[in-house]
Design a binder for this molecule. Structure first.
Ligand code: 8X3
Length: 254
């Protein structure tokens, strides 16, 4: 990919304590970026923070007061040109008929309102920078509904809509808005959390799939997207493993 000659770059990554967020923070620092790694869990951030270039910030993106404090911290430390909204998650695989409203509420809160809080807080800084980037990690679940997926689909479709409107609104402020939509990614926590800690069921999701995507694969895509020259906007990047040709078609080798 073509690289920009703008340096040094600086990003804030949410959901940075594990999975795609941690891999992205790691990947960007290897390219010389300063990275503010945002997550709720201090102990998880500690090992990441040992890496040079990573500045840990403990913050729950669903709490506007904590987001305001994070903004202050980032401002005092020199600011960012790139916001990467990665925090999110799924809870439950119930059909609509039996879905738990509290699960739906949690998913809306963390996927949609969490991203909203971060965007609203950091948009003045990104506008002032003159060449800002906002990249939001949604999901293939943001564009294709599937059985058992409705609560997560609703939240991710919502986050996808937010991203689309934002791209239109911020173009005149020269902020590029990128959406990365991962399909099946084998991460430590995503499916285990969704299945409420049922590790065996979580492992079954990837059963027989020879090469599901890894967090590092998505980090590679994110790094590629945000290091392109600023006038190049990858609006939407759908990323799946070859074995997942569609949401409903997964090649499994028994
Ligand atoms: C995760 C992808 O297929 O579980 O965002 O909805 S999927």
């Amino acid at each position: 990919m073509i690289q920009t000659d703008v340096s040094p770059r600086s990003a804030l990554v949410t959901g940075a304590s594990s999975g795609i967020g941690a891999a992205t923070a790691h990947r960007l620092t290897t390219e010389g970026w300063r990275v503010f790694a945002v997550a709720r869990r201090a102990e998880k951030l500690e090992s990441l923070a040992e890496q040079e270039g990573i500045i840990p910030i403990i913050c729950d993106v669903t709490d506007p007061e904590q987001v305001a404090a994070a903004l202050e911290e980032v401002t005092a430390a020199g600011g960012i040109d790139t916001l990467i909204n990665n925090a999110g998650g799924a809870l439950g695989i119930d059909p609509v008929a039996e879905g738990r409203p509290e699960d739906w509420r949690w998913m809306y809160e963390v996927n949609v309102l969490g991203a909203l809080n971060m965007i609203q807080a950091f948009i003045p800084m990104l506008r002032a920078h003159g060449e800002g980037t906002i990249l939001t990690v949604t999901s293939t679940a943001a564009i294709t509904a599937y059985e058992g997926g409705a609560g997560y689909n609703a939240a991710k479709f919502g986050e996808h809509a937010l991203t689309g409107a934002l791209r239109l609104e911020e173009a005149e402020h020269n902020i590029r808005v990128i959406e990365v939509l991962p399909g099946m990614v084998a991460t430590e926590e995503f499916t285990a959390k969704r299945l409420r800690g049922d590790v065996a069921a979580a492992q079954a999701v990837y059963r027989g799939v020879k090469r599901p995507l890894l967090a590092e694969d998505i980090a590679e895509v994110i790094a590629g997207a945000v290091t392109l020259p600023h006038h190049v906007n990858l609006d939407q990047v759908v990323v799946r493993p070859v074995a997942q040709a569609a949401q409903h078609k997964v090649i499994r080798e028994e």
